[in-house]
Design a binder for this molecule. Structure first.
Ligand SMILES: Cc1cc2nc3c(=O)[nH]c(=O)nc-3n(C[C@H](O)[C@H](O)[C@H](O)COP(=O)(O)OP(=O)(O)OC[C@H]3O[C@@H](n4cnc5c(N)ncnc54)[C@H](O)[C@@H]3O)c2cc1C
Length: 526
């Protein structure tokens, strides 16, 4: 018996998750000639339910994604008011003292796979912060340097980078490209009902205006509504509030005080007694917000804290007038992500909190796996679903370990919120075991063992030593050869620093130049 091939893909939701999914699927399947063989992609979004509208920080993976979708980088940067993100800067997370600041850059320490970076840092550069002992990016970020030059081709880099961008504009731009260039059908309608087949698969969804849309594969990108995965399939949500504590955020968009104000190269995450704030610089405005736990703070306290934070770079009256938007979330993820013929992505599948901006990256990883292993038919789909669920359960667990690491080893002893994070009862078991191990040896590739790990061991080192964690010196003394090699690496970095300082423009200068060039070449009105 020939099993019918998967031909109709229906994506529910037109936020960042829905449109990135549509773009990647349409571009990748199109390249493989699937469109000619009859694969159709339809995206339905409700005019009545707005997108979440936050989520402005990405990983470097977004460069690959946009390139695969077929969008020129300069068009993206111009339309989405995007800027370059070279990592995250953590202010006050260790103990809240004046000097308390560390970076988690997007570049691994130089020589990371050749030498024991931790041991060489201790032996040669003990007084330098870990992040800058073998990595130039933090120092260049502190000077607001761009990660490339105007002549560097689209998506190529001198220093690895992702983006800060306007999430609403990104969805608009990808939507336009998907419809005009990639053959995606866009339906603006509110879905009211789901029609099931005998085997429990979804056969179709029906909209408020009476339209029926059939599909072989449904992708639930309906955000916190989780229309298919929750409302229809009732797949349980595994809460991690007992681990991560945060369940609320307050967001605000603020203008720059001057048009040419410098644009930060990183997301600035600042710890406060009741939570932490993000600060993201786009070209035309900053996106700022506080993340906190409703068990430890009331919205009025958070609003006060946020406005006080804003006064550092805004006149007091402008800060006071800023319109704050309250958001609630239940930190956690689905017990399974692929059920019958339905895959969930984005907020419908999981969200734990904005720290380290992993949510959009998880969407990209999900779509990439779906594209690379696209089901040929229903039998194949069942096999893929098992593997997908295993892989993404593992990934969510690792994201949670990594995010909790930022909090677990804090030394902010005067704040109930931070004390609660330090309580080992709130630590996931794998993290507890790793922290015990890391007293004796630094994080390594033996600790994060799958290919395509979401956070590599170098990321753990940046956070661990940025937070002041102490790992004992290795049992075997570092060989003189290794220390010599480390010195050669450091000397090369010093020379490169001078070159980069001279050759790299600052963020705003490069962004202005890219947008001007794009406008001249395309005649686009921004
Ligand atoms: C405070 C905060 C900060 C964040 N910061 C970051 C960050 O810096 N980086 C990062 O990667 N992520 C971040 N995230 C997460 C990020 O915002 C989301 O993962 C991302 O925007 C994807 O959202 P989504 O597309 O899943 O959902 P949404 O944007 O909510 O889209 C849902 C879509 O579903 C549609 N829909 C709903 N119901 C129906 C229906 N009945 N019929 C038809 N359509 C329907 C809606 O119309 C909408 O189009 C943050 C999240 C929060 C809460």
């Amino acid at each position: 018996m020939v099993i019918a091939p998967i031909r109709n893909v229906v994506i529910v939701g037109g936020g960042t998750a829905g449109w990135l999914c549509a773009g990647m699927l349409a571009a990748k399947l199109g390249k493989r000639g699937e469109r000619e063989r009859g694969i159709a992609i339809t995206l339905i979004e409700s005019p009545a339910v707005s997108t979440i509208g936050v989520g402005e920080g990405s990983w470097p993976s977004l460069r690959d994604t946009l390139q695969e979708i077929g969008l020129p980088e300069s068009a993206f940067i111009s339309y989405c008011q995007a800027s370059f993100k070279q990592g995250s800067t953590f202010v006050g997370w260790r103990d809240g003292s004046e000097q308390d600041c560390y970076h988690h850059p997007f570049t691994n320490p130089a020589g990371y796979t050749e030498i024991d970076v931790h041991a060489c840092w201790q032996a040669l550069h003990g007084t330098k912060p870990y992040h800058s002992a073998f990595c130039l990016q933090p120092e260049l970020c502190e000077q607001h340097k761009a990660p490339k030059q105007l002549a560097t081709p689209d998506y190529a880099y001198v220093l690895n980078y992702g983006y800060h961008f306007d999430a609403t504009k990104l969805a608009e731009m990808v939507a336009d490209h998907c419809v005009k260039q990639l053959g995606v059908k866009h339906v603006k309608a509110h879905i009211e009902h789901v029609i099931s087949q005998d085997n429990g698969d979804i056969q179709a969804v029906t909209t408020q205006c009476g339209q029926t849309l059939n599909g072989d594969l449904f992708i639930d990108c309906s955000g916190q509504t989780a229309l298919l995965v929750d409302k229809h399939y009732k797949v349980p949500w595994q809460s991690v509030k007992d681990i991560l504590l945060n369940d609320s955020a307050m967001a605000v968009q603020v203008p720059y005080d001057e048009q040419d104000t410098t644009i930060a190269s990183t997301t600035i995450a600042t710890a406060h007694p009741l939570g932490w704030s993000w600060d993201i610089g786009l070209q035309h405005r900053r996106g700022v917000g506080m993340v906190y736990s409703s068990d430890f703070a009331k919205p009025e306290q958070i609003e006060q804290c946020l406005k006080h934070y804003l006064t550092k770079r805004l006149p007091a009256d402008a800060a006071e007038q800023a319109q704050c938007r309250q958001l609630s979330f239940s930190p956690g993820y689905r017990k399974e992500f692929w059920t019958n013929n339905c895959v969930s992505l984005g907020m419908a599948s999981g969200f734990i909190e904005p720290l380290e901006a992993s949510a959009v990256a998880m969407v990209e990883l999900g779509v990439r796996m779906l594209c690379d292993q696209f089901p040929q038919n229903r039998e194949h789909m069942a096999m893929l679903a098992v593997r997908y669920n295993e892989r993404f359960s593992y990934r969510w667990a690792r994201v949670i370990d990594f995010i909790k690491l930022h909090y677990a080893i804090n030394q902010r002893v005067n704040d109930a919120y931070w004390n609660a994070h330090r309580d080992p009862a709130t630590w996931p078991d794998p993290l507890r075991e790793l922290l015990a191990l890391w007293q004796y040896q630094p994080p390594s590739r033996y600790d994060v063992i799958q290919n395509e790990e979401i956070f590599p061991s170098a990321s753990y080192q940046f956070v661990l030593y940025g937070m002041g964690f102490q790992t004992q010196s290795p049992a075997l003394a570092s060989s003189s050869d290794m220390l010599k090699r480390a010195t050669v690496i450091t000397d090369k970095l010093k020379a490169a620093l001078t070159q980069y300082n001279q050759g790299l423009p600052d963020n705003r200068a490069l962004l202005n130049a890219i947008c001007n060039r794009y406008q001249q070449q395309s005649g686009a009105q921004l």
